[in-house]
Design a protein around this ligand. Structure first.
Ligand SMILES: *Cc1c(COP(=O)(O)O)cnc(C)c1O
Length: 388
């Protein structure tokens, strides 16, 4: 049997009858856009993480754009985000005309370094060209960013805080979800994410009712909100009263039906991910240059299990030989990508980001990785190191 990097079929095997009937029920009911499953899923996702509102949308990239558009972030605004992340974290900034300012990461967690954030904000203020507006922290590889420190830096400078939790949705710090610190938490339901659907999907959570209402409007072409209609005395469908420039970004009813089934088993999957990661750490500590470490008090959802080695390509080739798939997240940091080169690095520099990009490699990771397969992977890595 070949080893899967992420085994979605094993997950389906666990819940196949329920999943098939949930999908068929949605097909039979025929409410393909904004059917009742969408509102039900939003309600359950809010309950899951203790957020007051969930606004689902078409993908995790739109989820990041929605709060920025709702806040009116635009030209002249600086948005501080890591460069060591998936490109979508920064991609939405030029969409709205804002400028990305890249912030370095911590060498142990790969997440935003609060000291580098502080330096970047001070630098932008000193220079006086851009207005510091928003911080986007990323829960890279599944673990929460240092929200207590990051949110206090953001508050001190009067900036909004977004948690890009596309890889980390479900993670907690001291038992609390990122929504306890962030103005908006965004996630993606891309199939390979810890909570994924069978296509594209995304969501934004917030405790701010006014923000939720505007984002709900924006995802349906800027349709009038209840408040807008009250003010305008409009007797037609409020969908046709378009108060703001929006977009088309809804979660499909079918995907909501899929997610309702997956949400039921998500807590047990998070436990399995924690157990499997701990076992990897025990088997690889001292064998590779660095095994992952979590910020104190964190539960990670382990979107990736990422180690560091000196000869990454050698290890990848050796593992491929043994039938073990690997991946590199991320080989080129965003500030080194041609389309993003003109955005400034923060005053703290990006030394850690650049060093890590050459060393990281991710191993198979999913809740259904059995011990025998995991031992095979660990043994293959040990064997490679013995050869040298
Ligand atoms: C996957 C991902 C996104 C984007 O999600 P899509 O649903 O693919 O648009 C954003 N940020 C991070 C960190 C991601 O990993």
């Amino acid at each position: 049997m070949t080893i899967q990097f992420i085994d979605l079929k094993a997950q389906l095997a666990r819940i196949k009858p329920q999943m098939h009937s949930a999908i068929l029920a949605a097909v039979d009911a025929g409410q393909y856009i904004m059917g009742p499953q969408v509102a039900e899923f939003e309600k359950q996702l809010s309950a899951f993480s203790g957020a007051r509102h969930t606004v689902s949308c078409a993908n995790g990239t739109d989820a990041l754009a929605l709060p920025l558009l709702a806040w009116g972030v635009g030209p002249g605004d600086a948005v501080f985000c890591p460069s060591f992340t998936y490109v979508a974290t920064a991609e939405i900034l030029p969409w709205c005309g804002a400028s990305a300012v890249f912030v370095d990461i911590r060498p142990d967690t790969y997440n935003m370094d609060p000291a580098s954030l502080e330096a970047a904000i001070e630098g932008v203020k000193r220079e006086g060209k851009l207005r510091p507006a928003v911080v986007i922290a990323v829960d890279l590889f599944g673990q929460p960013a240092d929200y207590p420190s990051i949110s206090s830096v953001a508050k001190k400078h009067g900036l909004k805080l977004i948690s890009d939790s596309a890889q980390g949705f479900g993670c907690t710090l001291q038992g609390k979800h990122p929504i306890q610190w962030a103005d908006a938490v965004t996630t993606s339901f891309f199939p390979a994410k810890p909570l994924g659907c069978y296509g594209d999907g995304g969501a934004v959570q917030t405790n701010d009712s006014a923000l939720a209402e505007v984002m709900d409007s924006l995802r349906v072409h800027g349709k009038a909100t209840r408040k807008d209609v009250e003010a305008a005395k409009f007797e037609h469908d409020p969908k046709y009263l378009n108060h703001r420039i929006g977009m088309n970004s809804r979660l499909d009813t079918l995907q909501a039906a899929v997610l309702l089934e997956k949400l039921k088993i998500f807590p047990s999957e998070i436990e399995a991910r924690m157990r499997i990661a701990r076992r990897y750490n025990e088997g690889l500590e001292g064998v590779v240059s660095q095994v992952p470490s979590l910020i104190h008090g964190a539960v990670s959802v382990w979107a990736q299990y990422t180690i560091e080695v000196p000869d990454r390509s050698g290890l990848a080739a050796h593992l491929k030989d043994k039938g073990v798939p690997t991946a590199v997240y991320y080989p080129v940091p965003i500030h080194k990508q041609s389309a993003y080169k003109h955005f400034p690095a923060g005053a703290g520099g990006l030394a850690v980001t650049e060093a890590k990009a050459d060393r990281v490699i991710s191993l198979p990771m999913h809740p259904y990785l059995d011990e025998a397969t995991q031992d095979e992977i660990i043994e293959a890595i040990r064997a490679h190191n013995r050869r040298k």
